[in-house]
Design a protein around this ligand. Structure first.
Ligand code: AMP
Length: 187
């Protein structure tokens, strides 16, 4: 369900959507011409807003609905670590290729230009553990889909997927379906 108020909408209601909207900076032409980079550093730097955002993600999924949190490199790590601490579970980093020291599963996926790959340790998850996956921004959904495939290959089950900000016009939500998306702000 997506709520709307004054043009600001998100899956946890307009108040949280407004909080996120007030702490994101649009950076034109970064990292390449034509891209508007959504910089969420001001949100991470605001302790009160960051806490409310983390609480909203926990409330959406339910404190007992996941056994571990997986964060996507690099800004997803910040969100995942806070969620893990808030709920008393552990955190698993999903890393860019070549960074993990031990045997890993790899998922390659298409970017707008070229390819990228993500990795997770083969022993990262206890079989059947419910994994909450988080990142800062959902764009086309390629990164999220690759991550959720990796989690399942490594023996986890997907408990949910949350982002702070969804770029709705890129169709990522549709690409993830039937996996549900929880986005605090949709633009
Ligand atoms: P995608 O695979 O297209 O959904 O891209 C999502 C990943 O790229 C996430 O890890 C985001 O952090 C990053 N990303 C993509 N587009 C943007 C953007 N416009 N602003 C900030 N981060 C972005």
């Amino acid at each position: 369900m997506t709520h709307t108020q004054g043009g600001v909408r998100g899956d946890s209601g307009p108040a949280i959507a407004q909080l996120v909207a007030g702490r994101v900076l649009d950076v034109p032409d970064f990292p390449s011409p034509g891209v508007v980079f959504k910089d969420l550093m001001p949100l991470f730097a605001d302790g009160e807003v960051f806490r409310q955002v983390i609480d909203a993600i926990v409330e959406h999924h339910g404190r007992d609905s996941f056994d571990v949190v997986a964060g996507i490199e690099a800004r997803g790590f910040v969100i995942a670590a806070a969620l893990a601490y808030a709920t008393g579970v552990g955190v698993v980093p999903v890393r860019k290729a070549g960074k993990l020291p031990r045997a890993a599963y790899t998922a390659s996926y298409e970017l707008e230009y070229g390819k990228a790959a993500l990795e997770v340790h083969q022993d990262a998850f206890t079989a059947g553990h419910r994994v909450l996956v988080v990142d800062d921004v959902l764009a086309t959904g390629g990164t999220a889909n690759a991550t959720m495939d990796l989690v399942e290959r490594a023996g986890g089950t997907i408990a949910g997927f949350s982002v702070l900000l969804e770029l709705g016009f890129l169709g990522g939500r549709e690409r993830l379906a039937p996996r549900p998306l929880h986005a605090l702000l949709t633009v």
